[in-house]
Design a protein around this ligand. Structure first.
Ligand code: 13P
Ligand code: SF4
Length: 350
């Protein structure tokens, strides 16, 4: 069959045939933001924590094809067994937020904080949305990785080890979690990576408990309080749930917030006939609307993640035709070992 001429139905059939041929040798992991057709072909759909756990748990398969963004596939490669190969259908599927922090600037921030507060004072906590080098930094400096579904546990763990936490790269997830843990606004400061002491007064930094890297997600920081006001006026009985990558103001106005799987559960458990308005990625919301036709599932505002959208049926099919070869996710062994320490600390959180 000429690949250029295959339509979606033919590509789906080709992918299914490959899956039948490979059986338990292959596992396709898909994030909730993937296109509906990709989710339909996956063996497992989940939030970034569940996908990491799944990658760590599977011992049998040989090939893990990760339909998500690069940092997720990279984490799977860190957690995979030595005989397993992790591939991503499009290597260009990155994450804007993950690109907002790099090892050199984070190291410099950490050293500046330690110079003010003393060695061992600061525990680095990195959001999953980051490259493996930053996870390795946390593994080497007594810190850990977190996702939106376990950020509260991760911060509690970190505050049990040091007086301050340097949280990167998502300032909003950090702020929302710090608020939920009862930190006062003056105990949280934002660190601008291009300024000395992150643009803060050294005394304010000495007092701060949670130092928030000035990174954010462009898909989620687009939602505003006005969007919530407008939707509440239009749908008075509706429940509004947003992802914690949204700003503190938006999360405070919503009825609930949580990871993508928490959002899925919220919709699943809502009574039939109810209206649920969601502040997160649009492909996910549209899939939920089609999966729960007995409920009205609407977006707070249309916001698409172009990175997640890069993966399509053609690229998935190509990857499956080139297992073990195409777009293999490779991580330097030294970085892998240290990143694994930080990921394992997250997986061990109870
Ligand atoms: P989840 O961990 O909630 O799936 O979120 C990942 C993400 O990138 C959200 O933008
Ligand atoms: Fe990254 Fe935002 Fe896309 Fe999530 S939605 S993958 S944080 S750019």
């Amino acid at each position: 069959m000429d690949k250029a001429r295959l339509n979606d139905d033919q590509l789906i059939e080709k992918i299914r045939a490959k899956k039948r041929e490979l059986g338990s040798q292959l596992i396709i992991l898909t994030h909730h933001y993937q296109r509906k057709a990709i989710v339909g072909l996956g063996d497992f759909v989940g939030d970034s924590f569940e996908l990491a756990r799944k990658a760590a748990a599977d011992r049998e398969c040989r090939y893990i094809v990760f339909c998500g963004v690069h940092f997720m596939a990279e984490s799977a490669a860190v957690l995979a067994k030595p005989h397993q190969v992790v591939q991503i259908p499009d290597e260009e599927a990155g994450c804007w937020m993950a690109d907002m922090a790099d090892s050199e600037t984070v190291k410099s921030a950490f050293e500046q904080l330690e110079s003010l507060a003393g060695k061992g004072s600061t525990i680095p906590v990195v959001y999953m949305n980051s490259d493996a080098g930053l996870k390795a930094f946390c593994g080497d400096h007594g810190g850990l990785v977190c996702t939106s579904s376990n950020a509260e546990k991760a911060l509690k763990w970190a505050f049990g080890k040091g007086e301050k936490v340097l949280f990167f790269p998502d300032r909003h997830l950090g702020h929302n979690t710090g608020h939920d843990l009862g930190l006062a606004p003056e105990e949280m400061v934002v660190w601008s990576p291009d300024k000395p002491f992150g643009g803060n007064d050294p005394d304010a930094l000495r007092r701060a408990r949670l130092v928030l890297w000035d990174g954010y997600c462009l898909v989620h920081s687009r939602f505003t309080c006005e969007h919530i006001e407008e939707k509440r006026a239009e749908f008075p009985g509706a429940k509004i749930i947003v992802h914690p990558e949204c700003t503190r103001e938006v999360v405070a106005m919503a009825d609930a917030s949580g990871s993508t799987s928490r959002i899925e559960k919220f919709v699943r458990e809502a009574p039939a006939g109810s209206t649920i308005i969601i502040g997160t990625e649009i492909n996910f919301i549209e899939r939920l609307a089609s999966e729960y036709p007995d409920k009205k599932v609407l977006d707070l505002h249309r916001s698409l993640c172009p990175n997640m959208f890069k993966i399509n049926l053609g690229k998935l099919s190509d990857t499956l035709e080139n297992l073990g070869e195409m777009n293999v996710v490779r991580v330097d062994e030294e970085i892998k070992a240290s990143a694994r320490v930080a990921l394992d600390r997250m997986l061990a959180l109870v």
